[in-house]
Ligand binder design. Structure first.
Ligand code: NAG
Ligand code: NAG
Ligand code: NAG
Ligand code: NAG
Length: 498
């Protein structure tokens, strides 16, 4: 066992840091400050590193936490073997070993256990925590979120989420979902905001917890920070310390401060993610697509007063139901179109296999919108004019513009600064409905540009074809997907080469 004495950055006290070689690599153990009194509440804080990082990379975080936390705090930073993926089989062994070592070093048997996981380690650590809630007092997710399918509101253990706003791996769009779910749950149980605090760190990225230490390719996927990472790390660690203190001991002053600070941080997370959340229900909400409804209205070519002559109802179907053609009718003097569309999401990653889950895209890939073309509509709406003939390309450009104008000023500026173009190309016209269904919206990187091409399928407006006359099908770009480009993909270090 190797022992190192280190000074904190604040030069206050020396901490005892030891490296211990166990099953994995060299785990780092930190003992409480010498001055901490006996009989004080004891806490063990165990950090599980991001894939490809070592225990040493998190020493800074550990040192700051030791410095600010008022409890008798023991820290262990795991060093999982390099060539081994962390699993539900080996994680408990590693945890058992380090806790055993901490006990050897003097930690009492009643210490509360807190687990912290960075990035891709978050998945296995949260699954583990959910399985053994009685043994873990709290979970701290660093630049990561709960595994999909788990609701924060019903998680058996208090969970703190600390994520950089510019985390290029754990997308702010993903955090937006967490915020949304917590907001909904908190309407009936406001304490959830304190039990499951969310801290979104402005201008910081995935590397906040380890300085510049991210290995390739994580580094390239990340977004350049806009703040002094060391400064914001200290603020983040203050919040972590408050979470631990409140969960472990809940002295009155910590309870009051936790309520105040975590309410504030939640309000902040809500406001940062507001533009993203407000676009969510455009694609799909309550079985309907507001975006397809708008697209169908535009496609009708009706403008001004005339556009109110047409009512549109746009349903989102599930893949089990055979796609229906859109219908056009008149009832009680009202002209209406009913459309049926599919929304395609990125392939579900096998949660048991992949630890890459938190980095995946969250927005739907495309909307297969089955709409009615202007000619058929104007056969019914006599005396109206087709003010403009739209294409899928126009509708997709509108989607991008909607996302851009909904984004925060800050996000717009970041996007503008990368100075890269999204180009919308003329539609690719398909010969059959089947072919159209099987051809995805085309999105490709060409040079320093992103090219988006809508896929269309049209039928001529011949009554003999009824109900397949005058149809106009488009593969549409969901506004949220464009939003993810603006907020994440396009401003990453490895975004389309300039
Ligand atoms: C990992 O690497 C170590 C040493 O390089 C080796 O002894 C061990 O068998 C490897 N384990 C796996 C699962 O490949
Ligand atoms: C979408 O949600 C926002 C609030 O998040 C709400 O104001 C808006 O009316 C909703 N839009 C639709 C089309 O449901
Ligand atoms: C269309 O316009 C003509 C001439 O202005 C008028 O006679 C007719 O009633 C109108 N039809 C409808 C359906 O409004
Ligand atoms: C729209 O297309 C129709 C038929 O293709 C054509 O008759 C009409 O002039 C076009 N309208 C405009 C405004 O381009």
């Amino acid at each position: 066992m190797l022992s190192v004495n280190m000074k904190t950055f604040f030069g206050i006290v020396a901490i005892f840091i030891a490296t211990v070689t166990l099953t994995g690599g060299d785990h780092v153990l930190m003992s409480p400050f010498v001055g901490e009194e006996e009989g004080q509440k004891e806490v063990a804080f165990i950090i599980v590193p991001e894939k490809g990082l070592t225990a040493d990379d998190y020493q800074m975080l550990g040192i700051i936490l030791q410095d600010v936390c008022p409890l008798r705090l023991w820290i262990a930073i795991l060093d999982p073997p390099k060539n081994v993926t962390l699993t539900l089989d080996n994680l408990p062994v590693l945890l058992y070993e380090v806790v055993d070592k901490l006990n050897d070093n003097g930690m009492g048997p009643r210490a509360d256990l807190f687990l912290a996981a960075h990035g891709q380690a978050g998945h296995v650590v949260s699954v583990y925590t959910e399985a053994v809630p009685g043994t873990v007092r709290g979970l701290v997710l660093l630049g990561t979120s709960l595994h999909t399918g788990t609701s924060l509101a019903s998680f058996p253990v208090g969970v703190m989420t600390v994520v950089g706003e510019l985390d290029g791996l754990t997308r702010v769009t993903r955090i937006a979902s967490t915020v949304q779910a917590l907001e909904e749950a908190a309407t009936s149980d406001p304490d959830l905001i304190v039990r499951h605090p969310i801290v979104l760190v402005d201008g910081s990225n995935h590397g906040i917890f380890v300085g510049d230490g991210l290995p390739s390719p994580l580094y390239e996927f990340d977004i350049d920070p806009e703040v002094d990472q060391f400064e914001v790390l200290q603020e983040a660690v203050d919040m972590i310390s408050l979470f631990i203190t409140n969960m472990a001991q809940a002295p009155e002053d910590a309870q009051i401060r936790a309520k105040e600070m975590f309410t504030m941080s939640f309000e902040h997370a809500k406001s940062v993610t507001e533009p993203i959340r407000s676009l969510r229900n455009l694609t799909q909400g309550a079985m309907k697509s507001y975006w397809v409804k708008m697209a169908q209205k535009w496609l009708s070519g009706l403008e001004g007063k005339e556009s109110s002559l047409l009512e549109v109802d746009s349903f989102v179907t599930t893949s089990e139901i055979l796609p229906l053609p859109p219908t056009l009718g008149v009832e009680d003097g009202i002209n209406y179109v009913i459309t049926f569309s599919d929304v395609t999401y990125p392939g579900r990653v096998d949660t048991a296999q992949s630890d890459n889950i938190v980095t995946a895209q969250t927005a739907p890939l495309e909307i297969a919108a089955r709409m009615i073309g202007p000619e058929r509509i104007h056969k019914i709406l006599i005396n109206t004019t087709i003010a403009r003939n739209y294409t899928c390309r126009d509708l997709n450009y509108a989607s991008f513009q909607t996302a851009y104008h909904t984004a925060s000023k800050k996000a717009q500026t970041r996007f503008d600064q990368v100075n890269r173009y999204v180009r919308f190309l003329p539609d690719i016209v398909m010969d059959s409905e089947i072919e159209w269904e099987h051809t995805p919206l085309k999105v490709e990187v060409v040079g320093h540009e992103l090219h988006v091409t809508g896929i269309s399928y049209k039928t001529i407006n011949d009554e003999n074809l009824s109900p397949y006359a005058g149809l106009y099908f488009c593969k549409l770009l969901p506004p949220e997907r464009a939003m993810e480009w603006i907020y994440v993909d396009y401003i990453r270090r490895n975004a389309i080469p300039p």
